[in-house]
Design a protein. Sequence first.
Length: 239
Amino acid sequence: MSEDAPDTSLVLGVLGGMGPAATLEFLRQLQAFTPAKGDQDHIRVLMDLNPKVPDRNLLGSAAGAVLAEMAGALAGAGAEVLAMPCNTAHAHADLIQRASGLPLIDLIETGASAARDLGARRVGVIGTKGATRLYREYLAAQAMGLVSLDADRQEEFMATIYKIKGGDLGPAVQREMAGYAADLVAAGAEAVIAGCTEAPLVMGAHDVRVAFIDPGELLARRCVAVCLGLEPAPAALGA
């Protein structure tokens, strides 16, 4: 794109900070997936990296109200489409869209659609209880079953996630995360979705014996495509 040419790309608003390391990885992917020869070819991104969003995993959390405020501020600053690299926070997707009047490129939908496109019938999800509930709904709507961790392993998974949030990306944490994926495969999963954006910080396709889906990476690709006009933007809520 010439520096003198009008910029027709959409401005992306990102609700981030849940957690910060996962958000920074998402931003890195946005840059890496953009076909650019110079600065001016990249999409404009307005970011609210807010690690003060209340914990989405706690009952009675005020996360929804904070996310709605963030979304409205991003819209006011000029964002034209939103993305949020946090699976669990998508429980507030409708509220975020109503508060901002902007469409949200849905992370959960992106991950579930990728599993459908692979032809999987039973899909394992490594995620929080909240994220797993969201994926269950999306997968069921596309005639797929969900495979989840048993209660004890789910508690262990949450402990691992908080280690990652605390900065531990070491070999022990990597083995723990690979172990959760192995449990899902042993229970019949034909594909495994990283239903928490911290999970891909310590694992990848080489750690899983079946297809591994990273919705955060796919979301970054979709954001670039939507903002550059290569893919239609999702409809705004109520449009």
